[in-house]
Design a protein around this ligand. Sequence first.
Ligand code: WQD
Length: 319
Amino acid sequence: MTWLVTGGAGYIGAHVVRALVRDGASVVVLDDLSTGSASRVDPAATLVEGSVLDRALVRRVIGDSGVDGVVHIAAKKQVGESVADPLLYYRENVEGLISLLEGCQAGGVRRFVFSSSAATYGLPDVDLVDEQTPGVPLSPYGESKLVGEWLLRDCTQAFGLQVMSMRYFNVAGASAPELGDPGVFNLIPLVFQALARGERPRVFGGDYPTPDGTCVRDYVHVADIADAHLAAARALEAGTPGATYNIGRGQGSSVLEVLRVVAEVTGQPVEHDVVDRRPGDPARVVAAVDRIRDELGFRAERGLTEMVESAWAGWQHRA
Ligand code: WQD
């Protein structure tokens, strides 16, 4: 089977491409290399440089490569940036999806794996967030992903597209140092950056209703994210109908726990400053992971220490 992976030269996409290639799939990558890099693309995959917004290119790639299914990862993903520039996020994430879906409809592609996000949930007030928890996203980024899920559901009705929507929780780590997260936007890379600069990492809020007062998140290794996509792609190939899945570990870690693991892994003391809460941060976001385990047989295997160790190796590789 041939899978088209959009965003396959990026941090998460490159891991998904490797997982598919290792499992014997033929892979075509469409990536505009705005944040990704050609060197991340598995040599066994074919890289086409271009944007999902280029409708003619999308149609050509789907037609010429005999694509059987699409894994759509190409997207903008910074929450703060999306608040400042919502038009950019709706254009790239919603219009980009429309362009790709037009290509799928025209080319007869009926299998689709969609990169969605826990950001679709907004401020969930539950211990474990399951896929039925109502979604009220707090940012244009989260909205663009939820709108994408709705559009995909409509395409299932309209022309039989089978869709696996994968809601990532807090992705971290790398399967090789050269595949580390190049962005410095999330907690773990921000802590590494502070250490590198001789600064004290900032902890956003110490008065949350959590065991140690800091926010709790469900950190999940990017290699587990890739394995989940592989499970979703294989299920679609086997004729399993589409569904929406959380991809997390089902275990929460507080910001202070993450800092402790960073200190252990790096061997450096991590002295931090507790500062004001960051607006819009929920106290706790932890996935219920039963559905993906029961229906796709997937379970995240890698723990927080492995995530931080591999993220640290990636950070040192880039330095
Ligand atoms: C994690 C925790 C912060 C930086 C975002 C998106 C989400 C998903 C993952 C894509 C929070 C705290 C952070 C710092 C801190 N993205 N923190 N000091 O906000 O949980 O999730 O990225 O799909 O949709 O919303 O991730 O890494 O920014 O923060 O204390 O310098 O670390 O408050 O509790 P977040 P994050």
